[in-house]
Design a protein around this ligand. Structure first.
Ligand code: PMP
Length: 330
């Protein structure tokens, strides 16, 4: 019989699929690594497993312990999958602006969710940061994974995502493209691919306009899971060979095209990474093999950029309702 011992054992080994429509006019092979095939629906399952394994090994997490993390999304789901398998209690601290379907998913996995007030400053005892720190202090046996500082995040990608790409392309990958959030994906995967290829693989980052990684003025943006306003320890800026800034309009247009033209219902950070991948691929010869990582599923965003009214309300007039490829973004 061929079966997994638990759903947490199904993390990783996600497939590569060739993009054939949005790559019109491009000679290179562009392959998407589709992370929604992970059991929690995102690349974050990888870091969750590595972080919990390391915490157990280092004695930070013991039987009956509690995992406390400020997260409203994919990291929470990944941690929940592993916590369920190993019998840990889970508490996720969520800013009230993110309450909604994503948080309902965490509750469905049996996690406790503490909703915090976004309107108060970080030093206020009611803030997102203060509440999670207090819970870790007060709950005996509590462990905070802290994905923005935990080295096991990038390590999980160094040990799994990178080797999978190398193996599945028979070492022919020439470019690796990923969005940057905590930076764990690009740091770990990029470092592995640089090392294994002797520096031949070019690592390309994608960053929302307004975020810190690509320079330029900081401002708000709507794509979720990527970009930052501070430099986290989980990111090594020496890894990417180049970084592309991508605006929300282009990001959401491409994300919608991936669903309609490629049948890939993915999150907005996937569309952003594909925009960067196509920019990098445009000048490349036919032998080039560009692998772009698509971090999560699109089902969590149906009431956002997949909704024509939401698009119009947020000023993305042209893309809303477009049946096929939208007009070229400026
Ligand atoms: N996309 C989504 C949807 C995410 O949740 C994340 C993780 N924050 C990323 C992209 C970026 O991945 P990383 O944190 O490894 O840079």
């Amino acid at each position: 019989m061929r079966y997994a011992q638990s759903v947490a054992d199904l993390v990783g080994n996600t497939p590569l699929v060739r993009l054939t429509r949005v790559t019109d006019g491009i000679a290179a092979t562009v392959l998407a690594k589709v992370e929604y095939f992970n059991p929690g629906g995102s690349a974050k399952d990888r870091i969750a497993r590595r972080i919990i394994d390391a915490a157990e090994r280092d004695g930070l997490l013991r039987p009956g312990g509690t995992i406390v993390e400020p997260t409203s999304g994919n990291t929470g789901v990944g941690l929940a999958l592993v916590a369920i398998q190993r019998g840990y209690r889970m508490i996720f601290v969520v800013p009230d602006k993110f309450a909604g379907p994503k948080v309902d998913v965490l509750r469905a996995y049996g996690a406790e969710v503490v909703v915090t007030d976004t309107s108060v400053p970080p030093e206020d005892p009611r803030s997102y940061y203060s509440v999670s720190d207090r819970l870790v202090r007060e709950i005996p046996g509590a462990f905070k994974p802290n994905q923005f500082a935990n080295p096991n995040g990038p390590l999980s990608h160094y040990e799994t995502t990178g080797p999978e790409i190398w193996r599945d392309t028979d070492g022919r990958v020439s470019h690796f493209v990923a969005g940057i959030g905590t930076g764990g994906t690009i740091t770990g995967t990029g470092r592995y691919l640089h090392e294994v290829s002797g520096g031949r693989v070019r690592v390309v980052g994608a960053d929302p306009e307004g975020s810190i990684y690509s320079g330029g003025p900081l401002h708000g943006y709507l794509v979720e899971g990527v970009g930052e306003d501070f430099w986290p320890g989980s990111y090594d800026p020496a890894v990417p060979d180049e970084i592309h800034r991508v605006g929300d309009a282009e990001t959401f247009e491409m994300t919608r095209r991936l669903a309609r033209e490629e049948g890939l219902l993915v999150g907005g950070s996937s569309g952003m990474a594909v925009v960067a991948a196509l920019r990098a691929a445009r000048e490349l010869p036919a032998e080039a093999v560009v692998v772009v990582l698509l971090p999560d599923h699109g089902r969590g965003y149906l009431n956002r950029f997949y909704d024509d009214n939401w698009m119009r309300d947020h000023g993305f007039e042209e893309q809303a309702g477009a049946a096929g490829p939208g007009p070229e973004a400026p």
